[in-house]
Design a protein around this ligand. Structure first.
Ligand SMILES: Cc1cc2nc3c(=O)[nH]c(=O)nc-3n(C[C@H](O)[C@H](O)[C@H](O)COP(=O)(O)OP(=O)(O)OC[C@H]3O[C@@H](n4cnc5c(N)ncnc54)[C@H](O)[C@@H]3O)c2cc1C
Length: 471
């Protein structure tokens, strides 16, 4: 009677887990918090066997020791803002939430370093750094929910990559619990450390499949006292590259964001939110850009001069520099209204990585292909084009049948090799894109990834079914 025996095994597992943890850490059945089964993707998911919220690294280790002994899968969960199903749960596995490990343990202003537990929410860290005039180099829309551990596990990007690099570049040290419950203590604030392999890097971007990140030492940056935000109307993609190159020369290290939005995206946001455009010009492209420096007035003059030179060159058709914090917020709202777009659609999301030079040609080809085959799929194009990251949101509501969503994804991914692109720039693979990894990774690369997975997690209990394609 396999059903009964598996239930008995489940019962004895829960008993063993309960014995290993202090009271109150485990929830089962109807007590599992609502929404704990899936991230924003709503990818395939089911209620887990148990939901555990440890309060210390030792408790994470104790949980994993029991799961390892019983061969029970474990899905680490941060703020559940992922877009690829990476944190989604399935029957018979344990969801391990880091949400109760939210201490900011230390901020050392002299060396610009912070030590945190993995469950610290990004916005809380940003607010805690304000009095020190320091910033963490990663910022993104769902800052009020995503956790530092989730950012590290996905090697998140966001709007600050152009200035500070991805999350990978912000990490000095990690503490990680391995599949068998052993702890790798790599919490060293060493800017340089060539003493053997850099194990931290293996866990960054591994989406919970190689270890559970419990603490981190973060590199911080001085907060630039002056900052200006502008929205530009551009005639085409080449013009945006010319503007970017021009501004890089004028403000070396000073470009804090360079986000592109094609006309289809801008008008969809306007329809969804009622946000006005600050200028009357209807241009094929809009760029949201942010410049930072030392002196607000001097920076503004330099910025105005740089933009008027770009106008003279016909690279930009119109430009508005935000005159107040309220206007800055409104300009950013144009770029960060993705949740409002999701709410009105059955979104099919893309997070493509492209050589920066190829962005314009790719968008033109992709839009033509999508509209020819699926005229009602309503694709919207935007992204962090300063770092070659193009997002597309298509709408499955406009497809003749649900199965067409897979065909649409395949059609987009099949274009990538020709342009030298990759299927994910920042959101990761999760469960959503495992079968498409082949479009940007060779068989040899996937084999090397499998070898790494086997070395760290021989029983395949850590986030099973994520990142690597089924064999
Ligand atoms: C509106 C919107 C905008 C977004 N914009 C961006 C953007 O600009 N740039 C960007 O990069 N992403 C963006 N994202 C995606 C998402 O916010 C990021 O991937 C974020 O890093 C996920 O963090 P989280 O704490 O919510 O992780 P979760 O969604 O909970 O988990 C993500 C993955 O990390 C694993 N994980 C979580 N915590 C740990 C841990 N402590 N140890 C090991 N594994 C762990 C999970 O198993 C899962 O595989 C956006 C999402 C939304 C909804």
């Amino acid at each position: 009677m396999p059903h009964t025996s598996s239930r008995m095994a489940g019962n004895s597992f829960i008993e063993a887990l309960s014995a290993a943890l202090p009271a109150g850490r485990i929830k089962i059945g109807n007590n599992i918090p609502a929404g704990a089964e899936h991230d924003w993707s709503h990818e395939s998911h089911a209620a887990p066997l148990a939901w555990v919220a440890p309060q210390s690294t030792e408790e994470v280790a104790a949980t994993l020791r029991v799961c390892h002994a019983y061969r029970i899968g474990v899905v680490p969960q941060g703020g559940l803002t992922g877009l690829t199903g990476g944190a989604n749960t399935q029957q018979g596995i344990v969801a391990l939430s880091l949400s109760a490990m939210h201490a900011i343990e230390e901020i050392d202003a002299r060396t610009a370093v912070a030590q945190v537990q993995a469950g610290v929410v990004l916005q809380r860290l940003q607010e805690a750094l304000l009095p020190y005039d320091l910033v963490f180099g990663v910022d993104l829309g769902p800052r009020g929910s995503c956790q530092i551990g989730g950012l590290i596990a996905t090697n998140a990007g966001g709007s600050g990559v152009i200035q500070y690099g991805t999350t990978r570049a912000q990490i000095l040290g990690l503490e990680v619990v391995l599949a068998d419950g052993s702890i790798l203590p790599m919490m060293r604030a060493l800017p340089k450390n060539n003493s053997g392999y850099d194990l931290n890097q293996i866990f960054i971007g591994s989406e919970g499949t190689l270890g559970i990140i419990t603490r981190a030492i973060l590199r911080l940056h001085p907060c630039a006292p002056a900052r200006h935000t502008a929205l530009l109307a551009l005639k085409d993609y080449n013009a945006s590259l010319a503007v970017l190159q021009h501004l890089r020369a004028k403000f070396p290290q000073g470009i804090a964001a360079f986000e592109l939005m094609w006309e289809d995206y801008v008008s969809a946001v306007q329809q969804a939110t009622g946000l006005p455009l600050p200028f009357a010009t209807q241009a094929p492209l809009a760029a949201l850009l942010e410049i930072c420096g030392q002196n607000k007035d001097a920076l503004l003059t330099e910025f105005e001069n740089a933009l008027s030179e770009a106008l003279d060159q016909n690279w930009i058709e119109d430009a508005v520099i935000a005159a107040s914090q309220a206007q800055t917020t409104q300009l950013w709202k144009l770029r960060e209204s993705v949740p409002e777009l999701f709410a009105l659609r059955q979104p099919i999301n893309f997070d493509l990585s492209l050589p920066i030079s190829q962005g314009g040609a790719f968008v033109a080809r992709c839009r033509e292909l999508l509209l020819q085959r699926w005229p009602l799929c309503n694709p919207l194009f935007f992204g962090h084009l300063g770092d070659g990251n193009l997002h597309i949101i298509a709408d499955a509501k406009g497809l003749p049948a649900a199965i067409e969503a897979d065909a649409l994804c395949e059609a987009v991914y099949q274009l990538l090799p020709e342009f030298g692109g990759a299927i994910s720039a920042e959101h990761g693979i999760g469960s959503l894109r495992t079968s498409q990894l082949r479009y940007c990774r060779t068989t040899a690369e996937i084999a090397a990834m499998r070898a790494l997975k086997h070395a760290f997690d021989p029983n395949n209990i850590l986030n099973p079914g994520k990142v690597l394609p089924a064999q």
